[in-house]
Design a binder for this molecule. Structure first.
Ligand code: UDP
Length: 322
């Protein structure tokens, strides 16, 4: 397959590129490098620097590579508090960016798109989420993803194109090569923050609330290794190319772990201090993916568990510290 990976220099996109290359697919990366890194793009991929809102730049890519089988989209802004402060930037990048991408794809007869969406579209839903559950985002980030999902559905239907929408749950970890990983300075996600507390890059882990309606009172989430997630994209792209119908699929493990479970898993590696503090606004008590659909349609199942995820993030973060 020939695949255009939009946002392929970022955390998840660069893992998708690695998995595609492992399976001998031809990969072109298109990225504006605002949150991606050139050195995270595999040397076996072609990197084109550009912004998806720049239609002429995209047109040039599709003109030169008119045999692209599938486009994968990862070029989104994803920080919830930032989306609350700067919603217009989120609508511009996340929604308008995909509108321009779809327009350029349609004009160049490129038929298939794999789109990264999020469990944030389910909003306050508490418990196990199924793909046909109601969607009700509670922040601009989730809203932009849902708006884009809906746009993709209408556009692909109108122009004889196909989509696969993946809704990610809590993605973490790093590829075994340790060349790629989540390397932002301002990390907010639980696992990298806990690892930073473990290796002395912050004093302690603050646990946001222990009075939720869960077994130990801390929030429960479904953690998925980024390499498992990336591999699902290879299967998804193949599914579309081989004639699969447009659909939406959760990517998670069917299993929930509490914040305290995660903290204790990190403490198996070494000393890590944590402290219980106030709840963080907007955190649903429990979000777990039903992954039955991914198993059935794509024959996909996660290979890695929580310990693997935590250990791989630890190994990666040590390489950054050097
Ligand atoms: N969390 C925490 N301390 C942190 C970061 C996160 O207690 O420093 C909690 C957060 O309140 C949520 C869970 O860990 O219950 C997962 O949060 P994260 O930001 O990793 O992902 P989210 O589920 O919000 O997308």
């Amino acid at each position: 397959m020939k695949v255009l990976v939009v946002g392929g220099a970022g955390y998840i996109g660069s893992h998708a590129v690695l998995e595609l290359i492992k399976k001998q697919h031809e990969v072109i990366v298109f990225d504006n490098l605002t949150s991606g890194f050139e050195d995270m793009v595999s040397e076996q991929a072609t990197l084109i620097i550009g912004d998806i809102r720049d239609k002429s730049a995209l047109d040039a890519v599709f003109k030169e590579h008119n045999d692209i089988d599938v486009v994968m989209h990862f070029a989104a802004k994803i920080v919830v508090p930032e989306s609350v402060e700067k919603p217009l930037e989120y609508y511009s990048n996340n929604v308008e960016g995909v509108r321009v991408l779809l327009e350029s794809m349609q004009e160049h007869n490129i038929k298939n798109i794999v789109f990264s969406s999020t469990a944030a579209v389910y909003g306050e839903a508490s418990g196990v989420c199924f793909e046909d559950d109601p969607t009700q985002p509670i922040n601009p980030y989730g809203e932009t993803k849902l708006a884009t999902e809906r746009m993709i559905k209408w556009v692909t239907q109108a122009y004889g194109m196909k989509y696969l929408i993946f809704r990610y749950f809590n993605v973490a970890g790093a590829d075994q090569s340790l060349k790629v990983g989540l390397k932002k300075d301002q990390l907010t996600h639980l696992i990298p923050v806990a690892i930073q507390a473990l290796i002395g890059l912050r004093e302690k882990l603050l646990i946001y609330g222990d009075d939720y309606d869960t077994e130990d009172g801390t929030c429960v989430r479904d953690y998925i290794h980024v390499s498992d997630l990336a591999y699902a994209h290879v299967l998804g792209a193949t599914y579309l190319k081989d004639g699969g119908q447009s659909t939406t699929i959760n990517l998670g493990s069917n299993q929930g772990y509490s914040v305290l479970d995660v903290a204790k898993t990190v403490q198996k590696i070494g000393d890590m201090t944590y402290e219980i503090t106030e709840r963080r606004p907007g955190d649903p008590a429990k979000l777990i993916a039903s992954n039955e659909k991914a198993k059935k349609l794509l024959h996909w199942e996660p290979k890695y568990g929580l310990e693997d995820i935590v250990n791989s993030d630890f190994e990666f973060r040590k390489t950054l510290k050097k």
